[in-house]
Design a protein around this ligand. Structure first.
Ligand SMILES: [Mn+2]
Length: 433
């Protein structure tokens, strides 16, 4: 693992040459009074260091023979009794491979020294305002040294242009972590399908998901699980998870865990009673057909728009056939008639962040997919109770989401082992817990 972080830093150093890159750790966030939110390291910071402590700063300087500097919390036996062990300056050098390390308390003193004499500063302004101030103060210090022959950066470049670009294509090691997250997520979804039944509350199903995530070593959910039954399945970002499920409901679960800082993002929809009603089955099969069509299109050289268009085509055709929207199909596509029922896009990047970083457009044009990217494919149909359609379809919400590795040939569905065919889903749903 040590080597992988080093390789990433070397790749970034090569990309910024000549320049200096600064990334701060995620700030601590107060939850209420003196209680903090659970801490999670900033993804860029972790990607380049593997270091998960707060109050840390990373500097990569391509012009230095000691390019990798870490500022970290100093060892403090008294604090460590309360908060646990810290790596300290010593650990930053020996365990995390820093060429130089300083206590974070010395930041204002030492930061000017490590960023000076570079033309370009790679830094993401605006993400952490408190740290922006510290960095701008350091820049000011560097400027004041101009008469001594010190060079101050003349341009500040968004560090995303190099770090996010590097994160976009996944290494073997990253794919292993993602697969692990997805495998735990599979167990959670299968257990939810088997155990959910009429009369249970949505939060009981949420508890099953969270319990399995944690039991198998996931640090945390990659995002708050959505467990929406009946009419709640048509609410895209439903999060209350407090309704009592009824016989005949569909249950839409959008939940994935994080493992080693990598996210899974999976949605399954299934009948709480174990069998789809005829209308639910029609809509479900339509979403599944759309998803399979989009996965078919997913490969290097194609674009997100093309992946999305495949789902739009299938869903529009199906909705026309069911009499939910008016045809003909091409006119319905052109007029966006599917949109009240399929209002989101089909895909996003997936990685350390569930909506992962990386450019979707390059020079104003949709960026072609490349081998090594991981994306989601997640079409859906949501028919609200208020919809002007045949009553039998109202209140049906279905989304099916898989995590897909882009290659030069057919895409690899990393979450393939999570049941989604109608007969498979019904079989797992009627399995006793
Ligand atoms: Mn998603």
């Amino acid at each position: 693992m040590h080597n992988e972080f080093k390789e990433r830093r070397e790749r970034v150093l090569a990309a910024i040459r000549p320049g200096v890159l600064v990334v701060s750790s995620a700030p601590l966030a107060i939850r209420n009074n003196d209680v903090e939110h659970e801490y999670r390291q900033d993804s860029d910071f972790f990607y380049l260091t593997g270091f998960d402590e707060p109050e840390s700063v990373l500097v990569l300087n391509s012009s230095s023979d000691q390019p990798f500097t870490l500022f970290v919390r100093a060892r403090d036996p008294e604090r460590e009794v309360w908060d646990g062990a810290r790596a300290g300056v010593e650990g930053a050098l020996t365990d995390f491979g820093a060429d130089a390390a300083f206590p974070i308390a010395d930041l204002s003193l030492k930061l000017p020294d490590v960023i000076q004499n570079s033309e370009r500063l790679f830094y993401r302004l605006g993400k952490n305002r408190a740290f922006d101030d510290a960095l701008l103060a350091a820049l000011d210090r560097v400027r004041s040294r101009a008469r001594m022959g010190v060079t101050c950066p003349t341009s500040i470049v968004d560090s995303a242009t190099v770090v996010h670009e590097s994160r976009l294509k996944k290494s073997e090691l990253e794919l292993r972590a993602m697969q692990r997250a997805i495998d735990i997520t599979r167990d959670a979804h299968v257990a939810a399908m088997a155990e959910a039944s009429p009369g249970m509350f949505e939060y009981e199903v949420e508890a099953i998901l969270r319990g399995i995530f944690r039991r198998f070593g996931s640090e945390r959910p990659a995002y708050s699980p959505i467990v929406g039954s009946g009419p709640n399945a048509t609410v895209l970002h439903y999060h209350r998870n407090d309704r009592r499920m009824q016989a005949g409901d569909l249950l839409l679960i959008d939940a994935g865990c994080e493992f080693d800082y990598y996210a899974a993002d999976v949605t399954r929809t299934f009948p709480v009673s174990g069998t789809f009603t005829p209308e639910q089955r029609l809509i479900y099969q339509l979403v599944l057909d759309a998803q399979l069509a989009s996965i078919e299109v997913t490969r290097a050289g194609r674009t997100f728009d093309e992946v999305h268009a495949a789902s739009v085509e299938v869903i529009t055709r199906g909705l026309v056939e069911l009499g939910i929207i008016e045809g003909p199909v091409d006119t319905a596509v052109a007029d966006l008639r599917y949109k009240p029922y399929f209002m989101h896009k089909t895909s996003h990047y997936l990685g350390m962040d569930v909506h992962d970083v990386g450019a979707y457009f390059v020079a104003g044009k949709p960026r072609p997919l490349e081998a090594g990217m991981v994306i989601t494919v997640e079409p859906g149909i949501y028919i609200a109770h208020s919809a002007q359609v045949d009553e039998k379809f109202r209140g049906i919400g279905v989304r099916i989401e898989d995590d897909v590795l882009v290659t030069n040939a057919a895409a690899i569905v990393l979450s393939e082992a999570i049941p989604k065919r109608v007969d498979e889903v019904e079989r797992v749903c009627s399995r006793a817990a």
